[in-house]
Design a binder for this molecule. Sequence first.
Ligand SMILES: [Fe+2]
Length: 188
Amino acid sequence: MPRSKYTIPALDPGDAQKVAERLQERLNALTDLHLTLKHIHWNVGGPNFIGVHEMLDPQVDAVRLMADDVAERIATLGYEPIGTPGALVKARTWDDYSINRAGTQQHLAALDLVYNGVNGDHRAAIEELEELDPVTQDLLIGQSEKLEQFQWFVRAHLEDTAGNLANAGASNEQEAAAKVAPREGALK
Ligand SMILES: [Fe+2]
């Protein structure tokens, strides 16, 4: 990873590199997430359209700010934050979001799985940062509080009165969408 000749004073240079590498992964995930949220905002339809369409924009704005904070933390550490789409696609370990025009429940069922991935990886990074850099860890902890709240907003649409999620057991986005599709066949 390219770097400056300095890092944050009092931070071990080897640790700084590990922190920067972990943050680059979180930057990739957050950039991918805010683009995916806009894609859903544009392609969602059917019952509850306006509620879901409008719920997503504040999430886009918040996640864009998170990406900015993570990128600037990488720079603060003396490393280059990489923000280009090609580099993101090359580095990421997941596929593009797989659903285009579809109903609100189908998108939310799939988006819940997207949040599983991002939020789980944020938690894993937080654990790893415990020893490496508590200041960077604090940044990700604050972000997780919002990201986990956003996933609750999504899940609240998928929950029945007994607390079961409509997409329970789905292992990918298509499966998750298929589980809720019978409830809204108009858009596919
Ligand atoms: Fe819009």
